[in-house]
Write a protein that binds this ligand. Sequence first.
Ligand SMILES: [Zn+2]
Ligand SMILES: [Zn+2]
Length: 193
Amino acid sequence: MDLQDFVTQLERILRIGITIIAAYLVALWIASVWWTFRDIRSRTTDIFLQVAATLLVAVFSFPGLLIYVILRPPKTLAQLYEDSLEEEAFLQGIQVHNSCPVCKQRVEPEFIFCPWCQTRLKRTCLRCERPLVLRWKMCPFCGTGVYAAPPEEPVSPAVATLPQPEADESELVDATSSTASNGTNGTRKVTPH
Ligand SMILES: [Zn+2]
Ligand SMILES: [Zn+2]
């Protein structure tokens, strides 16, 4: 009697223990399937892969979960997005902070020469002396032409003053010639009378 009692007690305890362990495993299985479903959704938008990964863990349980963790995409979509943002920011940084085309060292936008390799980066405007990009054809600050500037700068006042008198003179000559012709015509007209 005592032994039978003990055996039935032991069976009861074992049964309770087994059901607790089974419930625990089922809960773990459900949690792992749910976790896998959420994890694969954060790593890919491919519905086929999402279903395959979830089924893998649902069917094979913990070994399936281990396989999934090994084979899953290494980065989440959020991480990939952050990476792309970082890359974009990096590229923008290169554009904002000019770099020397020869030695790739960072240079300030107002640098005329690269202080590292002595490459000429910019030219200065001959009139307002601001830094100009080498490809610019005209100073954006004062409107002086870059290619025309070197000869223009000393000559331009003379050239600028010279054509005006020339134009005036030609006009004057025209005017005088016309008046002269008129005058001669007038005199010719006058002389016959
Ligand atoms: Zn340089
Ligand atoms: Zn200028």
